[in-house]
Design a protein around this ligand. Structure first.
Ligand code: FAD
Length: 382
């Protein structure tokens, strides 16, 4: 086990490895990444649906996605490794006037930032998703640059590229405490040993709050169960269909193999680390899916799983230095959009650590915004 480092990253999910990759690329010195798992990708990253989109309501979130989509498009050139990313687009279905007016407003902001997003009438929507019931749909928004990915392949690409640039990865190294001397970080104590370091980056996903508590700080990240169902083969599912989000019900679905991946967020849940599959949750997903796609009546379930969103009160990430302890940095709380924001999160973190101005304004992600009561909620969250 490495005994000292210039920076220790806690968490080997897609965020931790994107941060490691961007720091290594910026030649930040000796970087050690620690994870409690025995293999890479034990956390939320492997449980994600793989959706990548830039259709958000808040400027910083749109800009984070634009940077990330560009990076994903060139993933092989950037990292040297292949990863699946199919830009089939994201289609949001809007069924009432409030949804239409708020999405039209977001659409204007997205266009002003250069996103090729379009408003689609039901007749045009029917041409791209003929399997979807549209009789109650007033309008759709569609962006062709959005799409679906394999999160594990992105994670693995970041991991391999990071290691090739000298990042040391320590597995089965659960962080149990963090040393602070005279208000400054001085080391990290893991199950496998102690690492002396002046900087710790908290990329622990749903566990980020526990890491912050180790230095007497608070980050407002809570774990929420989310479930996914994959169907067996469906003959009506054609290649190239977009990710579809039914805004009213919260159902989302995209092509997965020769079937459909179906997901829905139960937003009434209390925080919990439980990731057991619940039959009632499955039924709730299937009920919404059948309502929107009646042909699913004969579908069979191929597999299903549950994972954790790592949500903040405003559904926006927390990126920045911890004000209470020198040397503690947070990059967490991606609230269900951590895959799609990972490249940008790594980039801005490396810029801040190098003392540079960030490529985009991320002041809305400041860790202290909740204590100050100065935050704006991202409304377009699935
Ligand atoms: C069902 C579901 C669907 C989703 N769909 C999408 C989607 O379509 N698109 C999208 O962008 N996002 C999606 N997400 C969200 C996405 O998965 C997360 O935002 C993202 O994976 C967060 O990455 P992370 O690296 O922060 O967390 P993680 O991948 O959870 O990594 C955190 C790591 O920290 C480690 N760790 C924790 N505590 C310690 C400790 N004390 N010591 C050492 N290591 C520790 C864990 O072992 C883990 O490996 C989805 C999530 C779920 C659950």
């Amino acid at each position: 086990m490495r005994s000292s480092a210039d920076v220790v990253i806690i968490g080997g999910g897609i965020i931790g490895f994107s941060v490691a990759f961007h720091l290594a690329r910026a030649k930040f010195g000796q970087i050690v990444l620690v994870d409690k798992g025995s293999v890479i990708g034990d956390g939320s990253t492997s449980q994600a649906a793989g959706g990548i989109r830039a259709q958000f309501a808040q400027k910083a979130n749109i800009e984070m996605s634009i940077i990330s989509e560009n990076f994903f498009e060139n993933f092989k050139e950037e990292t040297g490794h292949d990863a699946f990313f199919e830009q089939v687009g994201y289609l949001f279905l809007l069924s009432d006037d409030d949804e239409v007016s708020s999405f039209k407003e977001s659409c204007e902001l997205q266009k002003s930032l250069g996103l090729p997003v379009e408003l689609l009438k039901p007749d045009d929507i029917a041409k791209i998703v003929p399997h979807v019931r549209l009789d109650d749909i007033k309008l759709g928004t569609f962006c062709e640059k959005d799409g679906i990915s394999d999160p594990w392949e992105f994670l693995s690409g970041f991991e391999k590229a990071s290691k090739q640039m000298g990042v040391v990865v320590e597995l089965e190294a659960e962080v149990e405490s963090i040393d602070v001397e005279s208000g400054k970080i001085s080391g990290v104590r893991t199950k496998r040993g102690h690492i002396k370091t002046p900087i710790v980056i908290n990329c622990a996903g749903p566990f980020a709050k526990k890491i912050a508590e180790m230095v007497g700080a608070e980050v407002k990240v809570e774990p929420y169960k989310r479930q996914i169902v994959n169907t067996a083969e469906l003959t009506f599912v054609k290649p190239g269909i977009p990710m579809v989000v039914d805004v009213k019900s919260g159902l989302y679905c995209h092509k997965e193999g020769s079937g459909l991946l179906l997901g829905w967020a139960d937003k009434e849940r209390e925080p919990s680390f439980d990731i057991s599959v619940e039959p009632d949750y499955t039924d709730a997903i299937l009920e919404r899916a059948l309502d929107r796609i009646p042909q699913l009546e004969t579908a069979e379930i191929a597999n299903q799983w549950a994972g954790l969103y790592e949500s903040t009160p405003d559904h926006q990430a927390i990126i920045g230095w911890e004000s209470k302890v020198e040397g503690m940095f947070h990059c967490c709380g991606f609230s269900g959009h951590g895959i799609m924001h990972a490249p940008a999160a790594g980039l801005v973190t490396a810029e801040i650590l190098a003392g540079k101005e960030t490529t985009i304004d991320i002041s809305s992600y400041a860790p202290e915004r909740f204590a100050k009561g100065e935050y704006v909620v991202e409304s377009n969250v699935i």
